[in-house]
Design a binder for this molecule. Sequence first.
Ligand SMILES: Cc1cc2nc3c(=O)[nH]c(=O)nc-3n(C[C@H](O)[C@H](O)[C@H](O)COP(=O)(O)OP(=O)(O)OC[C@H]3O[C@@H](n4cnc5c(N)ncnc54)[C@H](O)[C@@H]3O)c2cc1C
Length: 317
Amino acid sequence: MSSEILYDTIIIGAGPAGLSAGLYAARGNLKTLIIEKGIVGGQLQVTHEIENYPGMDHMTGPQISDAMEEQTRRFDCDIVTNDPVQSIDLESQPKVVKTEKNEFKAKTIIIASGSEHNQLGVTGEQENWGKGVSYCAVCDGAFFKDREVVVVGGGSSACEEGNFLTKFAKKVTLVHRRDQLRAERILQERFKANPKTDIKWDSVVTKINGGVLGVESVTIKNLKTGEEYDYPTEGVFIYVGLSPNIGFLNGKIDLDESGKIKSNIKMETNLPGVYVAGDVRDTVLKQAVTAASDGSLAATMAIGYVEALEDKNLASV
Ligand SMILES: Cc1cc2nc3c(=O)[nH]c(=O)nc-3n(C[C@H](O)[C@H](O)[C@H](O)COP(=O)(O)OP(=O)(O)OC[C@H]3O[C@@H](n4cnc5c(N)ncnc54)[C@H](O)[C@@H]3O)c2cc1C
């Protein structure tokens, strides 16, 4: 692929939203490019099992991502990986996308840049990242065979990945700041029923304590009693929410109060020819299936926009 090509659409991000948008756009005859800052798959790459994507029962996140990529490539969708988008001129026509290594032009843009895990923001977190602190059980879980680990968070990811960790760890202790979990009920019940798990309610991790070899303990504070104590552990898996990836937008697009891109039911943003799909938009359900659905809709709108541009150009000849 070349920066000389004028693409009909450029999709930013190759998670389920971007891959689905790529499939629909390329199959709809648009000259399509997906730009991905890392590897294809987005959050699916860090999810051990997806059991709620219709028709794909008990497949791992990477398996679903591989199938999506293969299907999208079949329709000649170009995909660039390991090349982060750094800025975009969304108001020009064509729109200009600057990446770390290149510059691309397109008639329409679909933003599908998803979201990234939040940090806990405590002392010892950054110092011990990769030495016991992790945000990805799928990537790092196997290093904790027969060890004790702590999971921080109370949502679906914390319960789901905490359960996964019991395949390796001898004990998984969940630390949650409230007295009930936010996770989907089925995931909560599975976690609580697992004999290798425990929950520290009304508690937060205030510090991660490490030595030369990595994490040795976490300091836990009980928010009800005020008691603070060190709890021995060799691994800390952090699942405390996600923030939208919008750094490259340079403030040119309307966002909601939590920083997600505002969209209507057609995946349109406030800027003509600029669409959004998946976790990065103001969606109420952040799942692979809704991201894929958004992607298909955004691509369909982009197809209509490109056709209208072509009709206008023909009329002016
Ligand atoms: C641990 C965990 C478990 C989950 N379990 C489930 C589940 O069981 N079922 C389910 O349906 N969903 C699950 N989800 C949620 C699901 O994975 C997400 O909702 C879905 O991946 C969102 O898709 P997306 O394409 O919008 O974003 P993402 O998957 O986040 O993909 C966005 C892509 O954009 C790329 N990107 C970001 N910034 C740039 C840039 N500047 N330039 C180029 N590329 C960029 C990212 O690298 C990424 O590849 C889980 C998520 C996690 C973290």
